[in-house]
Structure formats: structure tokens, C-alpha cells
Design a protein around this ligand. Structure first.
Ligand SMILES: Cc1cc2nc3c(=O)[nH]c(=O)nc-3n(C[C@H](O)[C@H](O)[C@H](O)COP(=O)(O)OP(=O)(O)OC[C@H]3O[C@@H](n4cnc5c(N)ncnc54)[C@H](O)[C@@H]3O)c2cc1C
Length: 646
């Protein structure tokens, strides 16, 4: 019987490009495979849960087995680097990709470990067949000749800008090229602007101010390239595929993989008092991961009008549609920014096939302020990612992109005493744990922290306030906040997270340095009836903020009790069962802010109605530290000048 030619295998290593559509590697594979002289006959798509970022001990074959990798914990705070929300969303996304690939004649092999190790093991397995032999075709028990293992002819993967991701790329390249196999690194095309169209060739020329960058690219609508076609068919999987290397094994169903990913992550995430789900509160991010759901979300945003209304609603706090919620799909590359753009163009030009879009307001009427604002934000994402490319490891340094030394910026650390002798790492850890569990005593911050813990999502508005509160009001090492967000955010993205933390903490690319958000004034402006704060901090729900029992009018003085419960009278604390709660009696900080007693319509989003300085910070954990209180006062004055809307 003639022997079948040995398969020539191309490995596609997937990372944060978990999609079929607009995927440059799959698009090229599909094109080449239709040619008679294609350099490969089979495609092996592989996704690896990377051991340094996701805890993989749940995949150990037996309870006695030991992982060769250290636990996937963050450097400063020791948190799980990938907490339960993202772990779940990521697993769903990987699974959706597997199903998508199966529909086009392919599949996906799921592995755990370090990328370099996984690829080495796969290459060695295929190579060992050649060495056994002639032996490429064995004869197993059933007497039928076994298919040949085949030869790996290339390994392709998409590049990334994170320093750790760059190390992974170097590891994989070394392993692949040392075996004399072609290694190809592809540009990451999930962004709004294609790298090839940037207005500079040297990343050093990236402006340090976002506005300068943006202006060099306007009009933004003209910029993105067209998305690539979705392959309708791909080369088959190789007939024989190596198993996962010991001591791990990867189960075959979604539920089992999910169990393995989530198993090591204890529900409390190390908190003594973890937040509990408040009755009747709904997540703003109830979505599942994957290309399929990501595309459905884009379609919903357009058909429902949410995309067109985005500019007016984007500072919302409750509900699924005040902002796009596309970030998690974008971060994992389930969808690309240029796909979002292309869909908006179809809506704006009136060329959509989707019947439901044609009924949406603004259909066929060109770019509107909502779609323009979405483009503006998508470009922010590009900018943050390019900052990582420009600044490399400085992204994760305490001194930030601006390289601010200790003399310019003093931090409180959990891992070392302060150089000026005022530091107390154990106390800072205690304070930070109260911050993590949403028990600071500042309602707006606590609501956001509890929402983050319970759902993995929180709005951009509260993220800014939280980052400012930790770094400016508490003066704590901003990297702890960034690590905690990395652990919990469903949409964690290296550039967006670390770049934004730097920006707000005053060590990054914010041209107006030194701004501080007043979380009470911000709450007043953006949570005008206290609904958001009460939704996530249910202890505050009994506080009646109505003026004279009038449903429409909010008494701002009463509202202040929601945003800072320590301000309530003793009898009110008693009445609302808040007496004795540590975060009520001993807030981490008392934010100076007062309001006039003017009534306002419930839900009205007024601005700048308060004035600072009415309540000085007494009785907080920073008592006696004049230097720091002075800073807060200064920041407060700054807020007044900026109208606090920073
Ligand atoms: C301290 C801090 C940490 C953050 N960490 C992350 C993170 O890890 N991952 C992440 O995707 N975003 C992060 N952001 C940015 C922003 O908060 C989220 O992108 C946004 O809230 C996600 O919700 P959305 O998709 O509904 O956003 P929308 O308001 O609908 O915006 C549309 C898209 O634009 C991009 N975008 C919006 N705002 C920003 C911004 N400030 N910077 C960069 N891109 C932006 C996102 O891709 C987003 O999906 C962070 C912001 C702050 C202040």
C-alpha cells in the first residue's frame, strides 16, 4: 500500500488574538493553503494558558503532583495575577475559538505551561518520530498502520508589547529556530491604527501627550484599515497530536477546563472581609467571553442606539449600555478595534445588511457624536499600548514613565519602610486591605471596589476615582492598585491598566500633573441620587436622601451621608444600623467637601455645586502627618480651579 506523504505542519500559537475573523495569520494560512505549493498540509492551532499569568496548578494530574512553575502571583502585593472573572471570560473565549475553528475544518489544542516549554515539547515529540524512524509509521494493536506524525515546518504567532510577552516571544523563537524551523512573528492587528500607518517610524517619537498623538491622526474615521476576511476553510489538524506534558493534563470539556482554571482561586482572594453580593444589584458586565458574543455585542450597541448615545451616557455607572463594555473582548483579541470601526461605518453610511440597524436613529446619517467618541476612546487604547512599547519596563516601575524619584514623590509601601521614617508597612497593608474590600468609608470608592471584586468590571469614571484615591489621598504605592486591578479586571490589558494607573497617579503621561479627584464631589456629580453607591454598599440603602419626603428632590446634605457615612448624626447612625461599623466610625480619610442645602431634581447631573474645605480631614489614619494633609488641601484647591471634573 502506498505510504501517505508525511504531514507538513504549521503551528499557530494563539495568545491575545482569540478570533477567526480579521486574523492576519489565519487569513494568510487560508490563502496559502488554497495554493498547490502550500508550504504546509496541516495546521495546528495551539492556545497555552501561560503559567506565569494564570495559576495552572488546577491542571495537575494528581494531588501529589507538583507544578514546576512558581505560583502566578503579582510582584508587590502577591495577588493572583488572573483572578476568577478574567479566568472565566478567557476560558469561554478560548472555547468559543475552538468551536469556531472546528466549524472551518480545524480545531484548537489547549495546553498549560510556559510558551517556550510547551512549544519545545511539541517540537521534540514530532522530531522523535523522525528519529525512530523509518519508524514514522508504526503498527498499533489493531494491525492498521499508524499515520505518520509528520514534520513541523513553521511556528507563527502574533507579537505583543508587554515586556513579559516579549520574553515569551524570545523564548519561543529560540526553541523554534534552534530546531531549524521557521519562526514568524506577526504584527498585532487588533488595534484601531495599524502599526504600518503610524505617523512615525521610531517609537521614541510617540508624543508624551495623547492629544498631540490624536491630532496627528485626525480625522480618525479615515484611518483604520479594512478588516480581513474570515476564512471559510482551514487546513486540517495533523493526524497525530502530542498530549499535554506531565505533570499536567488538560481535560476535554469546557466545564472541566473551567473547574481547573478556577480551582486554585479561593473565593475570598485573601480578604478577611470579602464583599458579598448585595440583594437585587445586577452586574454591568454580565457577558460571556468569545468572538461570537463580542460580535453580538457590537451589533446590539448599534441596533439599540447605544453606540450613537455613547457620548451622553459614557459617564454612567449602572446598567449594561451606558458604555460599550467592549474592553474585555478587545483585550483578548476576540474582536478588533477596526471591526468595531467598520461596523460603525456601515451604520453611518447606511450600507448595513442587518435589518435591525436600519431602524436605529442616525442610520445612514454619517458619523455622529457617539460614534466619533467611541473612535476617540479606541485611539486611547492604541496610545496606552504604544506607551508600553516606548517605555518598556518603566511601565511597571514605581517612578513611572516620568522617572519621578523619591524626592519628588513619596509612597507608602507594603513591602518596605519609608525612607523618611514615617512608613509602617504593616499598617499600610491593613489600610490597603480595607481599600480592597470596599471598606474605606468613602461610599463612591467602596461601591466601585465591591463591584470590581464581585463582577470584574467597574466604569471608567470610578476607576479614575479609585486610582486617584489610592495614590493621592492615601499615598500608597500605585503599583499595588494596578496589580489588584490586574487580578480582578475582566478586561485587564497591560497598556490600558498600567498606563492609566500611571496617568492618574501622576507618574505617567498626564500633561496636567498633580490633579486629584475629589471622590465626594465626583459622586455628587455622577451618582446624583446615590443609587450606584447604595447598589453596591447595601448597608447605606436605608439612608433616605429625599428632601421633605419628596420623591423628586434630593437633599444633598443627606446624600453626603451616603458618600461619607461618618458625617451622619449619631442618632442617624443608630437609626440606619451603621453604628459601630469600622468604616463608618473610622474612615480611612475624611474628604473635605461641603454642599449648600439647595434641593435638586433627582437624577439631574449637576456640576461644581459643592465647595471644598468645609470638613477638614480629622480622625483619619493619616492624622498627625501634616505634610500629607497639606497635599490634600492643595489638591482640593486644584479641584476647585478645575471644577473638580478631572
Ligand atoms: C486606573 C484605570 C485602569 C484601567 N484598566 C484598564 C484595563 O486593564 N483594560 C482596559 O481595557 N481598560 C482599562 N481602563 C480604561 C477604561 O476604564 C476601560 O477601557 C473602560 O472602562 C472599559 O469599559 P467600556 O468597554 O465600556 O469602555 P467605553 O467607554 O465604551 O470605551 C470604548 C473602548 O475604548 C477604550 N477605552 C476607553 N477608555 C479608555 C482609557 N481611559 N484608556 C484606554 N482605553 C480606553 C476601551 O478599549 C473601551 O472598550 C482603565 C482605566 C483606569 C482609570
Amino acid at each position: 500500500m502506498p505510504q501517505a506523504p508525511a504531514p507538513r505542519i504549521l503551528i499557530h500559537l494563539l495568545r491575545r488574538d482569540l478570533r477567526l475573523a480579521d486574523n492576519p495569520i489565519l487569513s494568510e494560512v487560508s490563502r496559502l493553503s488554497s495554493q498547490p505549493q502550500a508550504p504546509f498540509t496541516h495546521l495546528l492551532p495551539v492556545y497555552v494558558f501561560p503559567a506565569q499569568q494564570i495559576e495552572v496548578s488546577g491542571f495537575l494530574q494528581s494531588p501529589e503532583a507538583e507544578s514546576p512553575y512558581p505560583e502566578a502571583r503579582s510582584q508587590v502585593g502577591g495577588f493572583w495575577r488572573c483572578g476568577p472573572h478574567r479566568a472565566k471570560f478567557m476560558t469561554e473565549s478560548v472555547w468559543d475559538l475552538k468551536q469556531g475553528l472546528q466549524r472551518v475544518n480545524s480545531g484548537l489544542e489547549i495546553r498549560v505551561g510556559m510558551l517556550g516549554d510547551v512549544i519545545r515539547q511539541i517540537l521534540e515529540w514530532y522530531k522523535s518520530a523522525g528519529e525512530d524512524g523509518e519508524g514514522e509509521v508504526g503498527v498499533p494493536g489493531d494491525g492498521k498502520p499508524e499515520e505518520p506524525k509528520g514534520e513541523v515546518t513553521g511556528v507563527w504567532m502574533t507579537s505583543d508589547d508587554g515586556t513579559e510577552e516579549k520574553r515569551e516571544e524570545r523564548d519561543v523563537r529560540r526553541v523554534v529556530e534552534s530546531g531549524g524551523i521557521e519562526f514568524r512573528l506577526w504584527k498585532d492587528e487588533k488595534y484601531f491604527m495599524d502599526d504600518r500607518d503610524l505617523p512615525f517610524s521610531d517609537i521614541k517619537d510617540l508624543p508624551d501627550v495623547y492629544t498631540t498623538f490624536r491630532k496627528s491622526l485626525e480625522p480618525l474615521r479615515d484611518r483604520p484599515r479594512l478588516p480581513l476576511c474570515t476564512p471559510s476553510s482551514l487546513p486540517p489538524l495533523p493526524p497525530r497530536i502530542p498530549p499535554q506534558d506531565a505533570p499536567f493534563s488538560v481535560p476535554i470539556t469546557l466545564d472541566e477546563i473551567m473547574d481547573a482554571v478556577l480551582k486554585p482561586l479561593e473565593p475570598s482572594l485573601g480578604l478577611e472581609t470579602p464583599p458579598r453580593w448585595p440583594p437585587d444589584t445586577k452586574s454591568a458586565h454580565p457577558f460571556t467571553g468569545g468572538e461570537t458574543s463580542g460580535k453580538e455585542r457590537v451589533s446590539h450597541l448599534i441596533a439599540s442606539g447605544a453606540m450613537s448615545n455613547y457620548k451622553d451616557t459614557r459617564n454612567g455607572l449602572l446598567g449594561t449600555d451606558f458604555s460599550t463594555k467592549l474592553s474585555a473582548w478587545l483585550a483578548l483579541g476576540c474582536i478588533t478595534a477596526r471591526q468595531v470601526h467598520a461596523q460603525m461605518v456601515k451604520f453611518e453610511d447606511g450600507t448595513a445588511e442587518e435589518e435591525s440597524w436600519t431602524k436605529a436613529e442616525g442610520y445612514g446619517k454619517g458619523e455622529n457624536k457617539g460614534t466619533a467618541a467611541v473612535r476617540f476612546e479606541l485611539l486611547w487604547r492604541d496610545y496606552m499600548r504604544l506607551c508600553v512599547r516606548k517605555f518598556g519596563p518603566k511601565t511597571f516601575h514605581i517612578s513611572g514613565f516620568r522617572e519621578l524619584g523619591e524626592d519628588q514623590k513619596r509612597w507608602r509601601y507594603v513591602d518596605r519602610g519609608h525612607t523618611d521614617g514615617t512608613g509602617n508597612p504593616a499598617k499600610t497593608r491593613e489600610v490597603f486591605d480595607r481599600f480592597r474590600s470596599g471598606r474605606t468609608g468613602t461610599g463612591f470608592i467602596d461601591a466601585s471596589q465591591r463591584e470590581l471584586f464581585l463582577t470584574g468590571y467597574t466604569s471608567n469614571r470610578t476607576r479614575q476615582n479609585v486610582a486617584s484615591y489610592l495614590s493621592k489621598h492615601l499615598g500608597i504605592d500605585w503599583r499595588l492598585g494596578a496589580e489588584w486591578y490586574e487580578s480582578l479586571l475582566i478586561d485587564y490589558d497591560v497598556g490600558n491598566n498600567w498606563g492609566n494607573w500611571q496617568y492618574v497617579s501622576g507618574v505617567g503621561n498626564d500633561p496636567r500633573q498633580g490633579r486629584t479627584f475629589n471622590p465626594v464631589k465626583q459622586a455628587l456629580d455622577y451618582d446624583a441620587g446615590g443609587e450606584y453607591t447604595k447598589a453596591w454598599v447595601p448597608e447605606l440603602r436605608p439612608i433616605d436622601v429625599r428632601r421633605d419626603n419628596n420623591d423628586k428632590l434630593v437633599d444633598q446634605e443627606k446624600l453626603m451621608g451616603v458618600f461619607q457615612a461618618w458625617r451622619l448624626s449619631e442618632s442617624d447612625k443608630e437609626r440606619y444600623q451603621l453604628k459601630g461599623l469600622q468604616w463608618v466610625e473610622e474612615p480611612l480619610i475624611k474628604i473635605p467637601f461641603s454642599v449648600g442645602r439647595k434641593p435638586r431634581d433627582d437624577g439631574a447631573r449637576g456640576r461644581g455645586r459643592g465647595y471644598g474645605g468645609g470638613h477638614r480631614g480629622r480622625g483619619s489614619w493619616r492624622d498627625g502627618n501634616q505634610r500629607r494633609m497639606g497635599e490634600i488641601d492643595k489638591a482640593q484647591a486644584g479641584n476647585a480651579m478645575n471644577g473638580g471634573d478631572v
